[in-house]
Design a protein around this ligand. Structure first.
Ligand code: SF4
Length: 283
């Protein structure tokens, strides 16, 4: 009989019903739909329940430190621009400890896709308030309710220079996969903020609640209209609903486009150095 460790190496050990299952399956579908060879795909991940995603995807992957998945992904992409690079992380990971990296990766318009499993709580550490927890949210770390206002990742991304900003919902796998596919195809930094119910620790933002408030952007919505996108970014909760879909899209050169030395992937450039002499000097 397989041990628990052996089993979790093969089968996701997220809590039954966790929104992460849908995100993993949607990502797999996108990779297949785009016919991406696993050897040309790299997934980097941070720390948290979402950080385990690479364990169950048969591609190259790097499980990095807390909040550090974006700089690692940036390094991979700059070294080999031919690779498809996707990042998986949570709201605590990306909008908390990693928020500086988040902003700078968007300013640079690095050509990567960032999937944020946004469940408004720290799941892996058993239910503390996260940067996207709503004001008043009661948890073991804020027993009297959150005082701060939550981070608004959509508005932050639009203002920080991301060129594809979308929101999706783990309760609608086909729509989510379509959004991920478009995000991967987009040239530039893509954020997909995914509403991912944490069925164990978040008793407020549940599937039932999201089913009531989530709505798809209408076909006439124009994602090129930045002001309209910023207004949509403000929508959250029962009064306004929560829009899902591509909220903002624009075009500008990526970081690699601006650096002539990166036109040919670094890994394909010949190193015009005497490696033996260099090693003799260094070692
Ligand atoms: Fe999912 Fe929450 Fe369980 Fe983590 S703790 S696996 S986020 S349901």
């Amino acid at each position: 009989m397989a041990t628990l460790g052996e089993l979790s190496a093969r089968v996701p050990d997220w809590c039954p019903g966790c929104g992460n299952f849908a995100i993993l399956n949607a990502l797999k579908k996108s990779i297949v739909d785009l016919k991406i060879d696993p050897k040309d795909f790299v997934l980097t991940a941070g720390i948290g329940c979402s950080g385990k995603t690479p364990q169950w995807l048969n591609t190259y992957s790097i499980h990095t430190l807390h909040g550090r998945a974006l700089p690692v992904a940036t390094g991979v992409k700059l070294a080999n621009g031919d690779l498809t690079v996707v990042v998986s992380g949570g709201d605590g990971d990306g909008y908390g400890i990693g928020i500086g990296h988040f902003i700078h990766a968007m300013r640079r318009n690095i050509d990567i896709t960032y999937l944020v499993h946004d469940n408004q709580v720290y799941g892996l550490t058993t239910g503390q308030t996260s940067p996207t927890s709503e004001k008043g949210y009661v948890s073991k770390s804020t027993p009297a309710g959150v005082i701060e206002v939550p981070v608004n990742p959509i508005a932050l991304a639009i203002e920080s220079g991301a060129t594809y900003v979308a929101r999706a919902y783990a309760g609608d796998l086909m729509h989510l996969s379509g959004i991920i596919t478009e995000a991967i195809k987009h040239k530039g930094f893509s954020l997909v903020d995914i509403l991912q119910p944490c069925v164990t620790f978040n008793r407020r933002n549940t599937y039932d609640w999201f089913q009531k408030v989530v709505y798809k952007l209408p076909s006439e919505y124009d994602p090129k209209d930045k002001q309209a996108a910023l207004l949509k970014a403000e929508e959250w909760g029962e009064k306004t609903g929560i829009p899902i879909g591509v909220l903002y899209r624009s075009e500008r050169p990526t970081y690699s486009d601006e650096v002539p030395q990166l036109k040919t992937p670094i890994v394909k450039q010949s190193l015009d150095i005497d490696i033996d002499r260099l090693m003799a000097k260094l070692v």
